[in-house]
Design a protein around this ligand. Structure first.
Ligand SMILES: Cc1cc2nc3c(=O)[nH]c(=O)nc-3n(C[C@H](O)[C@H](O)[C@H](O)COP(=O)(O)OP(=O)(O)OC[C@H]3O[C@@H](n4cnc5c(N)ncnc54)[C@H](O)[C@@H]3O)c2cc1C
Length: 252
C-alpha cells in the first residue's frame, strides 16, 4: 500500500495543472492515467499548436449553471499567469483572431512545460494504470489499481469529458460522481461541427473548403466569425461556438 497526500486520476491539462499546483504547495502527489502517455488531447489541440489561452478571458465566455464559479476561478489564476509561465519557458507564440494565443511550433511544448513543472514539484506520474475501484475510508480514499493499492487524503478526478474516445476519453468521472451520490446531468456535444443530411451534403458539396464570415445565431446567442463548408457539413469557429447553444430540432 503506497500513501500520498493527493492522487489525481487523469493526466490531461486539468490533471497535470492540478498536480503541479498541489506539489508546489508541498503535498505528495501521484497522477494516474490509463493511457500510454500523458496530455494526448493537448497534443491535438489547436491543430497541433495548442490555443493555450486568450488575451481576453472573461467569466461570460464560459457556459455554466453557476456563473459565479468562473468568476472566482478566473480571478485566482488568470490568462496572464499562464502567459507568464509560457514566457518563462521561452515558448514562442502568436496571436490569431480574437485574442487567441497559439504556439508557433508545437503543442508538445505545452505538455513538456506541464511535465517539467510536475517534475520540479516532485509529482509522481504513472501511465498504463487502470483504476479497479475507489472507496472512501476514514482518512480519505483507497484505490485498487492494476499497479497495486494506493491511499490518499484528497482524490481528484480529472478524467475529462467524453469527446475523442480514441484519445482515451471514458465516462469514468461521471461513474465516480454517481458512485458518490452526485447528481449527473445529461451530457451533450459542445464546440463541434454540424453534419448535414445527405441531400444537403450533395447540394453543398461543391462549396467544400470555402470559408465565409457569418453571423451564426441560435437561442438568443450570436457569433460573428468564419464558417467553413466541409465534405460532411458546416465547421469553422462560428459553427463550433454556436453548437454549444444548439439542440436537435432548434433552428439556426
Ligand atoms: C481536436 C481538439 C482540439 C482542441 N483544441 C483546443 C485548443 O486549441 N485550445 C483549448 O483550450 N482547448 C482545445 N480543445 C479542448 C481541450 O483539448 C480539452 O478541453 C482539454 O484537453 C481537456 O482537458 P482535461 O484534462 O479535462 O481532459 P483530457 O485531456 O481528456 O484528459 C483526461 C485524461 O484522463 C485519462 N483517463 C480517462 N479515463 C480514465 C480512467 N478511467 N482511468 C485513468 N485515466 C483516465 C485520459 O487518458 C486522459 O489522459 C480541443 C479538443 C479537441 C478534441
Amino acid at each position: 500500500m503506497r500513501v500520498f497526500d493527493v492522487v489525481v486520476i487523469g493526466a490531461g491539462a486539468a490533471g497535470l495543472m492540478c498536480a503541479l499546483t498541489a506539489g508546489q504547495r508541498g503535498k505528495s502527489v501521484l497522477v494516474i492515467d490509463r493511457a500510454n502517455k500523458v496530455g494526448k488531447k493537448i497534443l491535438m489541440s489547436g491543430g497541433g499548436r495548442c490555443n493555450f489561452t486568450n488575451l481576453d478571458v472573461q467569466p461570460n465566455n464560459f457556459i455554466s449553471q453557476n456563473p459565479h464559479y468562473c468568476k472566482s476561478a478566473l480571478s485566482r489564476y488568470t490568462q496572464w499567469d499562464f502567459i507568464g509561465l509560457v514566457a518563462e519557458y521561452d515558448i514562442a507564440y502568436h496571436e490569431k483572431t480574437l485574442g487567441q494565443l497559439f504556439c508557433d511550433d508545437s503543442a508538445k511544448e505545452i505538455v513538456d512545460l506541464l511535465l517539467n513543472e510536475c517534475n520540479k514539484a516532485d509529482v509522481t506520474i504513472t501511465t498504463r494504470c487502470e483504476i479497479l475501484s475507489v472507496e472512501k475510508n476514514e482518512s480519505g480514499y483507497s484505490l485498487t489499481t492494476s499497479n497495486g493499492e494506493y491511499e490518499c487524503e484528497s482524490l481528484v478526478i480529472a478524467t475529462g469529458g467524453l469527446s475523442m474516445p480514441k484519445l482515451g476519453a471514458t465516462p469514468f468521472g461521471y461513474k465516480i460522481a454517481q458512485q458518490f451520490g452526485l447528481n449527473v446531468l445529461p451530457t451533450r456535444a459542445a464546440l463541434v461541427p454540424f453534419t448535414l443530411h445527405d441531400k444537403d451534403k450533395d447540394t453543398l458539396a461543391e462549396l467544400s473548403g470555402i470559408a465565409v464570415d457569418v453571423y451564426a445565431s441560435c437561442n438568443n446567442t450570436t457569433f460573428k466569425e468564419a464558417m467553413l463548408f466541409t465534405h460532411r457539413g458546416l465547421s469553422g469557429p462560428a459553427m463550433l461556438q454556436i453548437s454549444s447553444y444548439w439542440e436537435a430540432g432548434d433552428s439556426l
